[in-house]
Design a protein around this ligand. Structure first.
Ligand code: XMP
Length: 513
């Protein structure tokens, strides 16, 4: 593919760098992210239409703080500095950056300071709420610059040099909490850099397929498939690049939903993937027997998964690469990017032992979930895979509270299938982020026919979410809930009571364990 126009993002270590890239992709503009130490010649060799310098965790005045090649500001190309990027521009061009008395983290109000700004133009309201996250600020403007907005604390929140087309924003236009952020970025990209916006996600597919083909050469790639969106779409993408040189392994741990392993294998067959099915369910259930502690369950499952996968991987000769469906939020949450704190260790980011000696292939590493879903559609993945609800790696183990037995799992599977079936029939399933049942190790008294029952209870859990970090419980129509409840009690042996989880996240989590 010939890319006619690029915006280069110089990454100074911000958590939001990939979000800037994502915003540009949404504007249909091709983007390249370069590390802060990229030379001006390297940047120039890509003939960028504009350059964005990201935020970063440092303070520009610290000894050893990240800085950029100053010659980048002599390339004659429009430059937008965001937060730390703005301060770097100011410092390099002779302005003055100082440490503020009051740090500004969170949403702050700013007001335009008049003048005919190129990116805070007439269509932008005079007062805006924006997301600030900084300690330092520009106290003295470099020559040729003008402040275009100020905070209520009289701190310069944006500046520009119209002549040289240099812009600085002390706030983050790439996050949704900043009012008009997208509009301000569009002003830079389209009005200043004159991009045409003719790039497409399908171009990304083409480029990535070529890059995978070049990197892999004649070696083989192995991949552990889970049936989930990310691993399935990465596998389909790599399959497009190298065909049969991709060997996938699907480990059935016995903790999948009703008929799921068969359905998933069938879908993989339709796509043409080369998948080895490994039934390790007995092994998993044996090691889980008697275990009730949630963390212990998770640890056993994680360890066994790796053991089984390693055993299978060793049987594949000539494998040099391990394909993983890592997506960008996994990378951020695992704290592997400079400046992002560890939130949760995801099993697919560096979780496998080094002795396997495989190189990692992670084609979706820079994309967000909804982009991955769009990509899946572009490469022709079936809707069942593209729109599949997230399902935890430890599967039903974290939904079967108390002891895990084949019998209790079957009970849970049957109830869960009814819940999802009724939601689908009511046309509600596709609009829900996750809907599932949880089996409780709690018995209560009931009456069926003329007999007393003493059986376990099942919980209906359905939530809406954007990113699973927070969630709101779904207000499902009571008639649908009633149908689900009646069917579960009538059709599933071992259940005599159905309850509904009406807790959001926080304070609860989505899964029960
Ligand atoms: P919680 O329960 O933490 O779940 O609110 C947030 C999201 O993550 C999913 N989840 C997991 N996904 N491995 C995964 O791949 C796991 O161990 C795991 N635990 C929870 C959960 O289904 C929800 O979408």
């Amino acid at each position: 593919m010939i890319v006619n126009e690029n915006i280069i993002i110089i990454n100074c270590g911000s958590q939001f760098t990939q979000l800037i890239a994502r915003r540009l992709r949404e504007m249909k503009v091709h983007t390249l992210i370069m590390n802060w130490d990229a030379s001006a010649e390297k940047v120039k060799s890509y003939s960028p239409k504009g350059i964005i310098i990201s935020g970063g965790p440092d303070s520009v005045n610290d000894p050893g703080a990240i800085t950029i090649d100053p010659k980048i500001l002599e390339l004659g190309c429009p430059v937008l500095g965001i937060c730390y990027g703005m301060q770097l521009i100011a410092k390099i061009l002779g302005g003055h950056v100082i440490e503020g008395d009051a740090r500004e983290y969170g949403v702050t109000s700013i007001h335009k300071t008049g003048g005919n700004s190129l990116i805070l133009g007439e269509n932008i309201p005079s007062f805006l709420n924006v997301l600030m996250s900084h300690g330092d600020y520009v106290a003295e403007l470099p020559k040729g610059f003008k402040a275009t907005s100020m905070t209520d604390n009289k701190i310069i929140s944006s500046f520009e040099d119209k002549e040289r087309k240099f812009f600085g924003l002390q706030f983050h236009p790439e996050v949704i909490n900043t009012e008009q952020g997208n509009y301000i970025m569009r002003g830079f990209v389209f009005n200043v850099c004159k991009c045409s916006g003719d790039w497409k996600l399908s171009d990304w597919v083409e480029d990535t397929v070529t890059a995978i083909r070049d990197a892999v050469g004649n070696s083989k790639v192995i991949c552990g498939l889970s049936g989930g969106v990310d691993s399935s779409i990465s596998a389909a993408l790599v399959h497009r690049a190298i065909g049969e040189k991709l060997q996938c392994v699907f480990v059935n741990h016995g903790l999948m939903r009703l008929n799921e392993p068969e359905a998933v294998m069938k879908e993989y067959e339709t796509i043409g993937l080369n998948v080895k099915y490994v039934d390790a369910s007995e092994r998993f259930l044996k090691e889980l027997a008697g275990v009730t502690n949630p963390e212990e369950k998770r640890k056993i499952i994680g360890r066994l998964f790796i053991e089984v996968f390693e055993e299978e991987a060793r049987k594949i000769e000539g494998a040099e690469w391990l394909l993983q469906g890592t997506i960008y939020p996994d990378v951020i949450e695992s704290g592997t990017k400079k400046g992002s704190a560890l939130i949760k260790s995801h099993h697919n980011v560096g979780g496998l032992p080094e002795k396997m000696n495989l190189k990692l292939l992670e084609p979706l590493r820079d994309l967000f979930k909804d982009e991955v879903r769009k990509l899946g559609k572009i490469i022709g993945m079936p809707d069942e895979i593209v729109n599949r609800q997230p399902f935890p790696g430890p599967g039903l183990a974290v939904r079967c509270l108390g002891e895990i037995t084949k019998e209790r799992l079957d009970t849970l599977r049957a109830a869960d299938a009814i819940f999802r079936d009724e939601l689908k029939k009511a046309g509600l399933y596709a609009g829900i982020w996750q809907a599932f049942c949880v089996l409780l190790p709690v018995k209560s008294v009931g009456v069926m026919g003329d007999s007393r029952t003493y059986s376990e209870a099942v919980v209906l859990r359905a939530i809406h979410s954007q990113d699973a970090m927070t969630a709101e419980w779904s207000r499902i129509d009571y008639d649908v809930v009633d149908r689900v409840s009646k069917r579960i009690c009538n059709e599933v042996r071992g259940i005599n009571r159905v309850v509904m989880d009406v807790t959001s996240k926080p304070p609860a989590t989505i899964e029960w364990e």
